[in-house]
Design a protein around this ligand. Structure first.
Ligand SMILES: Cc1cc2nc3c(=O)[nH]c(=O)nc-3n(C[C@H](O)[C@H](O)[C@H](O)COP(=O)(O)OP(=O)(O)OC[C@H]3O[C@@H](n4cnc5c(N)ncnc54)[C@H](O)[C@@H]3O)c2cc1C
Ligand code: SF4
Ligand code: SF4
Ligand code: SF4
Length: 801
């Protein structure tokens, strides 16, 4: 032991000697590096003193002032009380405008016989620290010894004027630690941030300024891209911590159908996930992780607490698809009494009428609809609004508000020669029939025209229906390999223009379905009234059309024929408005049959609202749910005459993100699926992550809801965080920040050298929340806070609807 400490002392002596030599040779960078490499450098008075000297003498940057100050301070605290350290700390404190500290240090070694510059500095510090009378004495003494001291006479005149009461006291302009503080500090709630260059408007607590929402949108890209605003990082954290029930609940607040969406969501969030950005690997499998929460939770119903007590208001909803049910659920949470009318025999809309069971088991849908019923929502099936006894007029007069969420049930048909031949169907009616009765038309050569959700489902269903051609009684449970159908999908644009769930094109290929791109149908061919084929022409893509997708242009002479006995049109659909009473048609519906306020939530009839695909046109489940969520808020405002819920940013102090850097290198998990031999008309293809895979995947999330930020009042510009950072631009030396019109930070100008560095800035766009900077910072200048987008209800409770 004794020997060990002896060796350490010899090593330190050698290092100190070398460092002194380097400083004397003005090789400051090398000296700083040498001392910094020694672990004990922050706890050893002599090494801290040398660091202070090296930084002070280098003195080429603002950072050096701060670093010299910091190390002088530490060396003094560790017991080295040399005049040099007081001088360094005094000058640095003066340059940092911390005048009381400067006075304290200069007074420690400056005597009446000291050189005039030092006496002048003490005099100036006293003046700015508010002690004008004492300043006069020191300044007069310094000027007596050296009459040409720069600014000497001016300073003396100013001090004398203050003493004579001719000038107000100079306000001490220094500012110490009035900002964020470090990871160990607690920030007061509701206090405005003192500097515009702080990311958010408040130090902690509730914030609701444009810059706060801009931060949320930029920094939590997955949540921002989710139309329902699901708190994705919160539920991924819960899955990682194996709190599956919590994960499900977090999802349920925004999403209404987590078990469904965990299987078939279009996943706009994943294409924006930070983990998928350049150089960072693959996006987190957000959707499959949502399913993990739903699969591994306890399976009893989760019934959310109502946000407001009963309002006594009645709302009718037309259509029990995802939009109608989401609007109904949220209106029930708001305390209203809701009744949903559905023309079909089962609720669920396209979740049960369109999407096949092999992608979405029906018990999932039923279970989540039961959770809506448990809130008191009444769902009336076989109730078609528009029929004689159930006119819209009746709903309007019998309720305080009516939400129309009737989807897009009007099929777009192709006007082509031969269109009246038998064997040509729209995909919607084809899927609806099979989903309803587990049976329907079958073809040996099936041609599917289109490139969206419906095309994919028609093709995979037609292949499974092909087992019927075997003539076996048990055809429904025969595997794909027994299918007698050849199925082809033909689409006029390219893969990048196809609006499908990620992985579906691979599924087509895997199941042996032919996909032909850049082809358009010209005519149906037939014999004896039955379709026998379709003639196509090849396309090339031109500039984007109104939809933003590239426009197909036919290539003359490239026609070809595809054999077909069943043609399924997956060529889109639009809102069916024929059922709306004449009384309301003019006010709600345009001549082209679309809603007059397409895309919106309100109509010119204050009492009638529109939600989901019925308003926006055919989109996706999560868009319908998100649209309905916003619609429910507007209905509530209409019913109650005030806005009772509002979005906010909730800022909470935290100590750790709860992950380690190694997690960044975990590969994305692939979804397990059943073998081809097991794939039948209804057997679910994807089986979900088991608990090991679920945790493996969820740990990949960076937890973008965390914010690392440097407090400039504590930062000593030592650059240690910059050295520790894993990303090229996560921490930068900034000359200045760029601000948007409402004070939100929109960018930064990087400093070219130390001299124009005004801020060490964490560029949260590039930050992967690793925490390396916090570990490296010697002065605890970096704070960590969790910032969550949440909803504040008028009664003060925080929730999300
Ligand atoms: C085949 C197919 C597959 C799809 N796959 C996916 C997918 O994998 N992922 C994804 O995100 N999206 C998918 N979509 C899109 C998604 O299903 C829709 O965007 C979503 O269902 C729209 O919800 P909605 O409630 O607005 O309309 P819908 O789901 O269409 O529901 C409307 C409901 O209103 C009822 N209704 C209509 N008129 C009346 C009336 N007069 N009286 C009473 N009831 C009425 C209808 O019967 C229906 O139940 C798919 C769509 C289809 C067609
Ligand atoms: S890393 Fe996590 S929080 Fe960040 S965008 Fe991806 S899923 Fe969302
Ligand atoms: S936590 Fe700090 S070091 Fe890590 S990426 Fe973010 S800014 Fe860089
Ligand atoms: S924030 Fe960075 S530059 Fe500032 S003191 Fe901490 S480690 Fe040094």
């Amino acid at each position: 032991m004794l020997q060990e400490s002896k060796i350490m002392t010899i090593t330190l002596n050698k290092l100190t000697k070398r460092a002194v030599e380097l400083i004397d040779e003005q090789q400051f960078d090398q000296a700083i590096e040498l001392i910094g490499s020694e672990k004990a450098s922050r706890a050893d008075a002599e090494l801290c003193a040398l660091l202070a000297r090296a930084f002070y003498r280098r003195g080429d940057a603002k950072g050096d002032v701060y670093s010299a100050h910091f190390f002088a301070d530490r060396a003094l605290a560790l017991g080295n009380g040399s005049d040099e350290l007081h001088a360094i700390r005094g000058v640095c404190a003066f340059r940092k405008e911390n005048y009381p500290q400067a006075v304290e240090d200069f007074q420690a070694y400056v005597s009446e016989t000291a050189n005039p510059q030092n006496r002048f500095l003490l005099g100036m510090s006293l003046l700015y620290a508010g002690h004008a009378a004492e300043a006069v004495a020191w300044l007069e003494g310094a000027l007596k010894s050296q009459p040409d001291l720069p600014r000497g006479n001016l300073a003396l005149a100013e001090a004398q004027a203050i003493v004579a009461g001719k000038k107000p006291k100079v306000a001490p302009p220094f500012a110490i630690a009035k900002g964020l503080g470090g990871i160990k500090d607690q920030r007061p709630k509701g206090i405005e941030t003192p500097y515009p260059f702080y990311a958010l408007s408040k130090l902690a607590g509730v914030a609701d300024q444009p810059k706060d929402f801009k931060w949320l949108a930029d920094n939590i890209p997955c949540q921002n891209s989710c139309p329902a605003g699901t708190d994705i990082p919160a539920y991924l954290t819960a899955v990682y911590e194996e709190r599956y029930q919590d994960a499900y609940r977090i999802n349920l607040r925004d999403n209404v159908f987590p078990g469904v969406l965990g299987r078939v969501c279009a996943r706009p969030c994943e294409s924006d996930c930070r983990h998928g950005w350049d150089g960072l690997g693959d996006s987190v499998a957000i959707c499959f992780s949502k399913r993990s929460g739903a699969d591994h939770r306890q399976q009893q119903p989760v019934v959310l607490e109502k946000i407001f007590p009963s309002s006594g208001k009645k709302v009718a909803v037309v259509g029990a698809g995802p939009a109608g049910l989401a609007a109904a659920r949220n209106l029930a949470l708001f305390g209203h009494s809701v009744r949903v009318y559905e023309q079909s025999s089962t609720p669920g809309g396209m979740m049960v009428q369109g999407i096949p069971a092999f992608r979405l088991p029906r018990e999932q849908v039923d279970r989540e609809i039961d959770q809506i019923r448990a809130l008191g929502v009444e769902i009336h099936c076989n109730a078609r609004v528009g029929e004689r006894e159930l006119k819209l007029n009746k709903l309007v007069s019998g309720n305080d508000a009516v939400v129309l969420a009737a989807g897009t049930l009007r099929p777009n048909l192709l006007e082509l020669p031969g269109q009246d031949l038998k064997g040509i169907l729209h995909g919607l009616e084809y899927l609806e029939e099979i989903n309803r009765v587990d049976d329907g038309p079958v073809g040996k050569n099936v041609v599917v025209i289109g490139g969206g959700f419906t095309a994919m489902d028609c093709a995979r269903t037609a292949l499974r229906m092909g087992t019927k051609l075997s003539g076996a009684e048990n055809w429904r449970v025969l595997p794909l390999s027994r299918s007698g159908a050849k199925v082809s999908v033909l689409y006029r644009r390219s893969v990048s223009e196809m609006l499908v769930t990620p992985g579906e094109i691979e599924a087509l290929e895997h199941e042996g379905i032919d996909l032909q791109l850049l082809v358009s149908p010209l005519e149906y061919l037939g014999e004896n009234g039955q379709v026998t084929g379709v003639r196509f022409i090849r396309n090339r893509l031109r500039e984007p059309d109104d939809s933003g997708r590239r426009r197909p242009e036919p290539i003359s002479g490239s026609e070809f024929v595809v054999k077909a006995d069943l043609v399924l049109l997956a060529t889109g659909q639009s809102p069916q408005t024929a059922w709306i009473d004449a009384k309301f048609r003019k006010l709600l519906v345009a001549e082209d049959q679309w809603l007059l306020n397409s895309g919106g939530h309100t109509t010119s009839l204050g009492k009638i609202f529109i939600a989901g695909d019925f308003s926006t046109g055919a989109r996706s489940l999560i868009e319908a749910i998100g649209h309905a969520k916003h619609c429910a808020r507007q209905v509530d405002e209409y019913l109650m005459g005030e806005q009772r819920v509002r979005d906010i940013a909730l800022i909470e102090d935290d100590q750790a993100v709860g992950r380690i850097r190694e997690m960044d290198f975990v590969e994305v998990q692939t979804m397990p699926a059943i073998a081809e031999e097991e794939r039948t008309l209804t057997a679910e293809v994807e089986t979900g992550f088991d608990q090991v895979l679920a945790v493996d995947e969820a740990q990949r999330c960076y937890r973008c809801q965390y914010k690392f930020e440097i407090d400039p009042d504590k930062c000593i510009y030592c650059d240690w965080c910059i050295k520790a950072k894993p990303r090229p631009k996560c921490i930068v030396k900034a000359k200045q920040l760029e601000y948007g019109p409402t004070g939100e930070i929109i960018g930064f100008e990087e400093a070219v050298g130390s001299d124009d560095t005004n801020l060490i800035y964490i560029n949260q766009d590039d930050c992967i929340r690793c925490g390396a900077c916090v570990e490296a910072c010697p002065v605890d200048a970096i704070s960590l806070q969790k910032v969550s987008k949440t909803t504040l209800a008028g009664n003060g409770s925080c929730g999300r609807v």
